[in-house]
Design a binder for this molecule. Structure first.
Ligand SMILES: C[S@@+](CC[C@H](N)C(=O)[O-])C[C@H]1O[C@@H](n2cnc3c(N)ncnc32)[C@H](O)[C@@H]1O
Length: 497
């Protein structure tokens, strides 16, 4: 079930009815980006920077955030029941439920029941019941959770390969939980599930809508704002949003900016977002973005033969990851992987797990390093290691090597699928052009980051290999190895069988 679509020409009437003011701008179709906001006349803040022109004003009552949904639930008994069993977990989950219900209401009101009274048998309609009809068609929203299986193959070897799989699994579990919780409520069971008005694809779509349209407002926090969510992104934005003294959300022309008549106005969706984040959240990669850092997040698997692996994972308490960032200007690389440090400390280095029982009889797994209880510091093994005089360089060397090997494996996997990098739309008729171009940009960006990071880690490794404690350790290992070889050889001499 999808909301019925309204042409964008109907938006000015919706805006008028709901007190949204557009001044000198209009929402129009923009090639390759869906809708966007375009200036009607030349605007400038080059001379007069004191008074910034306000292009759009949206009243506070239209802002959709967790508080607004809780308020709506007070008016709508059925929705409150739904929210009580399946919502309240997070702003996102709560807003998704609201959007789901608005979509159902929008489909019903346009098909059968008139919305004029604001009441249908299932719920109370409100401005969002109509506004959801201006949301993009799912086929035009190119976030990878909505890509076809064929299209998702383009992500092989990138950081999004596992991230998108994990997101789809999480969304499946979330959808099933909503379905299970709400099927005990008669009205929702009939409405959503018996009539099959909602399916898993709708849930994925609403999640994508939320992620690609949610804003962080200075006072109202994570919110969706109708009309302001029609603004596209650019690395060189001309406008920005804010909340004014009347709590209205306003769109303002940036200082020292000229916009000509017919030009699209844009905001920045975030300078610091990597190609993977942009594609994951918004469904495109901006090739013009040259500021800030490019980054990559990869999962990190513990050593398969580490007997302490499970205990380390439990005490660490979150999925192990490697974060790599590269400054787009200088090319300098930073990396971070708290679990990699813990992963490289073993029993022979003084690591121990103990099960302790408190006064109430509860048992708790605690982690000790060199007899100190470090359970609260599992994410800070880097500092613990650095503060250890004799083991610092050796354990750091192990950690750097583990991270470097993981990045190399990822780079190999990208290289293994490198034929994708030169594909054209005619080579892949089952793939949408936007998916292919974004995937190619992502692959290029991640290949560059991985190459730079592997090179930087090699330098770190070389420096650590020269440390005198490492040299002494490796020397002792060599001696132990040659002693063993000598011993085996002399045993062979004695073997007269
Ligand atoms: C907040 S909405 C903007 C309005 C949207 N264009 C629409 O038609 O409803 C964000 C979505 O707009 C599109 N978009 C925004 N900026 C873009 C850009 N620079 N290039 C391509 N698509 C863009 C993407 O689909 C993104 O998920």
């Amino acid at each position: 079930m999808l909301p019925p679509h309204l042409p964008i020409e109907a938006l000015p009437a919706w805006a008028l009815l709901n007190d949204v003011a557009f001044v000198d701008v209009k929402v129009k179709a923009i090639e390759g980006k869906g809708y966007g906001l375009v200036c009607d006349r030349k605007l400038s803040t080059k001379e007069d920077t004191f008074d910034l022109p306000t292009l759009v004003t949206v009243p506070h009552n239209l802002v959709l955030n967790i508080e607004a949904v809780e308020e709506y639930a007070k008016e709508d008994r059925n929705f409150k029941q739904l929210l009580d069993v399946a919502g309240h977990h997070s702003a996102r989950g709560t807003i998704l439920l609201f959007l789901l219900v608005q979509t159902v209401l929008a489909s019903r009101t346009s098909a059968s029941e008139p919305a004029a009274t604001g009441h249908s048998s299932v719920g109370v309609s409100n401005p969002w019941t109509e506004y959801v009809k201006f949301l993009p068609d799912p086929l035009d929203l190119l976030v990878p959770t909505l890509w076809t299986e064929h299209e998702r193959l383009l992500l092989r070897g990138t950081s999004l390969e596992s991230a998108v799989k994990a997101k789809i699994s999480a969304l499946t579990a979330e959808f099933l939980a909503v379905r299970e919780a709400s099927s005990d409520i008669l009205v929702w069971n009939e409405m959503l599930w018996e009539r099959e008005m909602v399916g898993f694809r709708d849930w994925i779509f609403l999640d994508a809508v939320y992620r690609s349209r949610c804003l962080e407002l200075p006072r109202s926090g994570q919110s969706m704002v109708p009309c302001i969510d029609m603004i596209n992104h650019s690395a060189n934005p001309t406008v920005y949003y804010d909340e004014n003294a009347r709590d209205e959300t306003v769109l303002l022309l940036r200082p020292d900016t000229d916009v000509s008549s017919g030009e699209e106005v844009t905001i920045s969706y975030g300078d610091a977002k990597s190609a993977a984040e942009m594609l994951f959240s918004y469904g495109f990669v901006d090739p013009a973005s040259t500021a800030g850092e490019d980054s990559l997040v990869l999962p990190l698997d513990p050593f398969p033969d580490d007997p302490l692996a499970k205990a380390k994972l439990v005490t660490f308490g979150k999925p192990p990851k490697i974060h790599v960032a590269r400054d787009k200007g200088s090319g300098a690389v930073r990396w971070k992987s708290p679990f990699a440090y813990l992963m490289c400390v073993n029993e022979e280095d003084g690591l121990e797990f103990r099960v302790l029982q408190d006064n109430d009889g509860n048992r708790q797994l605690r982690i000790f390093w060199l007899d100190e209880d470090v359970t609260e510091r599992t994410t800070d093994f880097e500092t613990l290691i650095r503060n250890h005089k004799e083991l610092s360089a050796l354990l750091s060397l192990r950690t750097v090597t583990v991270v470097q090997e993981s990045l190399q494996a990822q780079l190999d996997s990208l290289g293994f699928n490198s034929e994708l990098d030169s594909m054209t739309p005619s080579d892949l008729p089952l793939v949408r052009e936007g998916c292919l171009s974004s995937a190619i940009l992502l692959r290029q960006s991640e290949t560059d980051i991985l190459r730079s990071a592997i090179e930087a880690l090699e330098k770190e490794r070389c420096t650590l290999l020269e440390d005198k404690t490492v040299v002494a350790y490796l020397g002792s290992m060599e001696t132990a190895k040659s002693d063993l070889v000598d011993e085996e050889a002399s045993n062979e001499d004695d073997d007269f069988s």
